[in-house]
Design a protein around this ligand. Structure first.
Ligand code: NAP
Length: 283
């Protein structure tokens, strides 16, 4: 049996198409959804991410304001810009692209963003809301994972969910989200013992560790859903996940490929968060 391939490109395109009409509705009501994207320095990967984000905004109809600042921008200058964007009524989302140059304290900048515009969901206030089950912005990759699972009609409630990885940007928030969906959640990390046996109990296995092909078919329960968050660049330049796709697909019920699985969902969920933030202006 071969697993269903969970197509993140298709789902991401569906979400962006749905958002086009939400944006149109907001515009008809006098709200022009706007995302401010702040990039400091010349990191090539960050420049590519920012370009993709601007393109997605254009597609969906969100206005994007680009702030591309010099590498030598001081922490105070950046804080001043964030504070200015916080106070602007015509800005609904603020995204400061990470990583920042070493002389700037990332945490200080993230803390400065008004939580009501924290569309990346990295502010401790947003993280706190997620853990106590209150409404708020959820970071985009974890939110995208749950959306993928739901759109493939895979039940989370009552299922054994195992997450490998406990980072603040993926492992922990996706675990909280699976719990919120009434899954029974186990979190594994680099000190976990018997990881293979734990994974083998999983109805839903989410892998976010950053190690190419770490998960092999002997980790997988027959029919399980396998979500591979890993993005690893091999020596030959190819992108590969944390899960050995071909062999795991012979046992899993559904599985995400890399590329084309979780990756495309992140930007779609960012657009979703911006539209959600702009929509709050109606209430
Ligand atoms: P990270 O901050 O480096 O965290 C890695 C986690 O994996 C840590 O909790 C670590 O455990 C755990 N780990 C490492 N080796 C392990 C092992 N051998 N066995 C069990 N656990 C192990 O990474 P991240 O930021 O969460 O990212 C993980 C992967 O997802 C990366 O490949 C990244 O590129 C990718 N990613 C993709 C997207 C996307 O698709 N949009 C977004 C974000 C990240 P300890 O805590 O014990 O050290």
């Amino acid at each position: 049996m071969s697993a269903v391939k969970i197509d993140g490109r298709k789902v991401s395109a569906e979400i962006k198409d749905e958002l086009i009409s939400s944006v149109k509705d907001l515009k008809e009501k006098g709200i022009n959804p706007t995302l401010a994207v702040v990039l400091v320095g010349n990191d090539p990967a960050s420049q590519v991410y920012v370009k993709h984000k601007k393109k997605a905004c254009e597609y969906v109809g969100i206005r994007s304001l680009a702030y591309e600042l010099d590498e030598n921008t001081s922490e105070d200058e950046l804080l001043k810009l964030v504070n200015e964007l916080n106070t602007r009524d015509d800005v609904h989302g603020i995204l400061v692209q990470l990583p920042l140059p070493k002389h700037i304290d990332e945490e200080k900048i993230l803390l400065a963003i008004d939580p009501s515009k924290d569309v990346d969901g990295f502010h401790p206030y947003s993280v706190g809301n997620l853990s106590i089950g209150r409404d708020g912005f959820v970071s985009c990759t974890p939110a995208g994972i749950i959306e993928l699972i739901k759109r493939y009609n895979i039940e989370i409630e009552g299922k054994n969910c195992v997450v490998i990885g406990r980072s603040n940007i993926v492992g922990k928030p996706v675990s909280m989200l699976l719990l919120r969906e009434n899954g029974t959640v186990t979190i594994c990390h680099s000190r976990t013992k018997n990881i293979k046996e734990i994974c083998k109990q999983a109805d839903i296995l989410v892998v976010a560790i950053g190690r190419a092909n770490f998960v092999t078919k002997d980790f997988i329960k027959e029919g399980a859903t396998v979500i591979d968050v890993g993005m690893n660049r091999l020596d030959n330049g190819k992108l590969c996940g944390d899960v050995s796709y071909d062999e795991c697909a012979t046992i899993a019920g559904a599985i995400t490929p890399v590329p084309g699985g979780v990756g495309p969902m992140t930007i779609a969920m960012l657009m979703n968060n911006c539209v959600k933030s702009a929509g709050k202006c109606l209430t």
